[in-house]
Structure formats: structure tokens, C-alpha cells
Design a protein around this ligand. Structure first.
Ligand code: BGC
Length: 371
């Protein structure tokens, strides 16, 4: 999508929402005068420590404000209790809708029951909320496809279909309390597993990833770069002796990829020489720079602006009681029900298309990337 098209699309979106929320200022004043017809939308984000959530929160907040809604945007420092308190406050303030990017997808049942009792609708943002009937909609990128794209990238780059190999692979997975992590892993592993079984991909650290839940043994809690770095250090120290080299690392996202790259660099791996392929997700700034410097092979870009646009439309339709657009009514079973979802398409970005995909779309300025 061209930059001008995107800007136009965003302006048009805000205008559409604003037109359909024409009575919002009245509702605002009613709210301040103690009326019950608030037009508050609560936005609960997990953490400021990852670049993407800052962008996600700011964009959605901006769209909703332009459309006449009052918002409460909160970040919870990756602390579940803090997120629960924030949601309780939003409920006490009579929010109409809660948009929640959860930290622990199974910990919000009780607070969402309070929301349901107060007739507040809930939209799960990016991450599904599990084990509760009180989640109305889900908007995300196609999480399984994210992992599949990472797996396919590895297969193509290494020439595994042409019988090349064996290559040494180190697999990582995301935080096990995040419902997305399993989807990312499964998407990638469905592609890579046949090559592990045929011996073309070897896992020197000995991780056995055969059972349904085995991915949890390679999960990095809280998606922390430092933990991923320490884990990679351990694996290199313990299993890569006598000149053995890491050839490829399956990293589910950019925060892990950053720590893994730091570990590899500290162990003397050099881009253009023996540096392994590393996958990623999010197109974070530091990682995009690493891609340009040949320190990360790819990232799966999820244009979070499009997620915000979609969620803003869902919020608006929910408040007005009109039909909420979804495009997947089967994939996301949260253990209690299948949550109607809207899935957006993720996109692979490699060095050669940083400019066309990330700069021309306005996601980054050339300046910011040093281009
Ligand atoms: C998101 C990813 C993100 C990760 C860590 C996941 O739920 O889908 O985009 O990298 O959380 O914050």
C-alpha cells in the first residue's frame, strides 16, 4: 500500500468513525456530569518495553479520540495484577468497551466477569483471552501464518527442498502464557518438522519437540531479550564445542531475535562469514537495522496500524450495536467458546524490501533507518 493511500485510508477511517459518533460530545458531557451513558473505551496494553505495543496503543488511542470517544490507555509493565487493576478501574469508570492485549491469556476470567455484569463488551487485541465466555471479539494477525512464513523462509533459504543439509538449528518459542506463542511455533514447526525427521535439520542442543506441549520447553517467559540471550549463550557453551557452528535459529519474534543476535556476536559469529540465519517478527526498529546490517535474515511484519484501524471499527460497531465485521469463526477456541475473529495478513520483510515495504508504506522514515 502506498504512503499516500495509507494516509488517505486513515483519514477516511477517522472521518467515518467521527461521522457515526456524532453525538459523542453530548455523551461526554453527560459522563462528566455523572450520567451513565459514558463513551469511554478502555485500552489495556501489556508493556511499554516492546516497541510495537507503544505504536499499537498510540495509534488506536488516536483513532478513537478522533472519532469522538473518550479513552483510557493503560500499560501494565507485563504485570498481570497491574493489568487486572487497570481493567477494574475502567469498569468502575463505566467504560463501554474494553480492548485488551492480555499479558496472561488465562488470568482475566474474574475481572471480565465483572465487565460482563456491567454490560461492557470486550475485544481481545492481538492475543486471545482464554477460559472465559466474556470475550466478544478478537482481532489479530494470522498467528499460525506468521510461524509458517518463518518456517518456509528457512526451508527456502537453506535449499532444504533441494536436499541440502544437514544444518544445525536452534529453535526458540515465545512466552507460554501468551496464546499466540503456540500458534507461532506450530506454524513454523509444521513446515520444519519433516526436515528434522529426515536429519536435514539437526538440533545439537537436543531439544525434543515431538509432543503437543513440548514447545513449552523452549519458551522464553515474558518474551525477554535478556532471557533469550542467556539461553543462546548456554546452548552455545554447552553444545557448540570443537568448532561446531549454529547455522539457523528459529526465533518467533524480534525481541528474542535481538538477544539471540547479541549472544551470537559475543561468541564471535560474523555477518557475511559464519553468521546464522535468524528469523523474527514485528519489524521493530533495532531489528530492521539488524536486517540491513545482515544480523537478522528476516522479520514477519505486522502493520499494527491496520490492526488499530480494524479494532477502531469494531469498537464503533459494538457501541452502536451494528454488525461487527469478522472473517474467521472457527480458529480461535478459547476453551469456552470460539471467539469470532478478524485476522489480518502478516508480510515477510527481508533486506531487499525494507525500503519498498517499510519505508514506502510510511511505517518508518528512511532517516530513522539510516537509509
Ligand atoms: C505478539 C507479537 C509480539 C509478542 C511479544 C505477541 O503476542 O503477537 O507481535 O512480538 O507478543 O510482545
Amino acid at each position: 500500500m502506498s504512503k499516500s493511500f495509507r494516509i488517505l485510508a486513515s483519514v477516511a477511517m477517522a472521518a467515518t468513525l467521527a461521522a457515526t459518533s456524532a453525538c459523542s460530545s453530548t455523551r461526554d458531557s453527560e459522563e462528566t456530569s455523572g450520567g451513565s451513558t459514558s463513551n469511554l473505551v478502555g485500552i489495556a496494553m501489556p508493556t511499554r518495553s516492546l516497541e510495537r505495543w507503544n505504536n499499537d496503543g498510540a495509534h488506536l488511542d488516536d483513532l478513537l479520540k478522533k472519532a469522538g470517544y473518550t479513552t483510557s490507555l493503560q500499560y501494565a509493565d507485563n504485570k498481570v495484577d497491574q493489568q487486572i487493576t487497570q481493567l477494574e478501574n475502567m469498569i468502575n469508570q463505566n467504560a463501554k468497551v474494553l480492548v485488551v492485549a492480555s499479558i496472561d491469556g488465562t488470568a482475566l476470567g474474574p475481572v471480565l466477569e465483572k465487565a460482563a455484569n456491567a454490560k461492557i463488551k470486550v475485544i481481545a487485541y492481538d492475543r486471545l483471552i482464554n477460559a472465559t465466555p466474556n470475550v466478544d471479539y478478537y482481532a489479530t494477525f494470522d498467528n499460525y501464518l506468521v510461524g509458517k512464513l518463518q518456517g518456509e523462509f528457512i526451508v527456502d533459504k537453506l535449499g532444504l527442498k533441494d536436499g541440502k543439509g544437514p544444518f544445525n538449528l536452534e529453535p526458540f518459542a515465545g512466552s507460554s502464557d501468551d496464546n499466540n506463542a503456540k500458534f507461532f511455533f506450530n506454524g513454523a514447526w509444521d513446515v520444519l518438522k519433516p526436515y528434522v525427521e529426515s536429519g536435514k535439520l539437526v538440533i545439537p542442543s537436543g531439544k525434543k519437540l515431538v509432543g503437543e506441549e513440548d514447545w513449552k520447553t523452549i519458551s522464553i517467559t515474558g518474551w525477554k531479550s535478556e532471557t533469550a540471550q542467556a539461553e543462546m549463550d548456554n546452548r552455545i557453551n554447552s553444545f557448540y564445542t570443537g568448532g561446531k557452528k549454529v547455522n539457523v535459529v528459529l526465533s518467533p519474534n524480534d525481541s528474542l531475535a535481538l538477544g539471540i543476535a547479541q549472544s551470537l556476536e559475543s561468541k564471535g559469529y560474523k555477518p557475511g562469514a559464519d553468521y546464522p540465519l535468524i528469523t523474527g517478527q514485528d519489524a521493530d526498529l533495532a531489528n530492521t537495522k539488524n536486517i540491513l546490517a545482515d544480523k537478522q535474515a528476516m522479520t514477519v511484519w505486522k502493520d499494527t496500524r491496520t490492526l488499530g484501524d480494524q479494532v477502531a471499527k469494531m469498537v464503533d460497531a459494538t457501541v452502536k450495536g451494528t454488525a461487527v465485521e469478522t472473517n474467521d469463526d472457527k480458529t480461535y477456541n478459547n476453551g469456552v467458546k470460539v471467539v469470532p475473529a478478524y485476522l489480518l495478513p502478516p508480510v515477510v520483510v527481508v533486506k531487499d524490501d525494507v525500503k519498498t515495504k517499510l519505508v514506502d508504506s510510511g511505517f518508518y522514515t528512511a532517516d530513522k533507518l539510516g537509509l
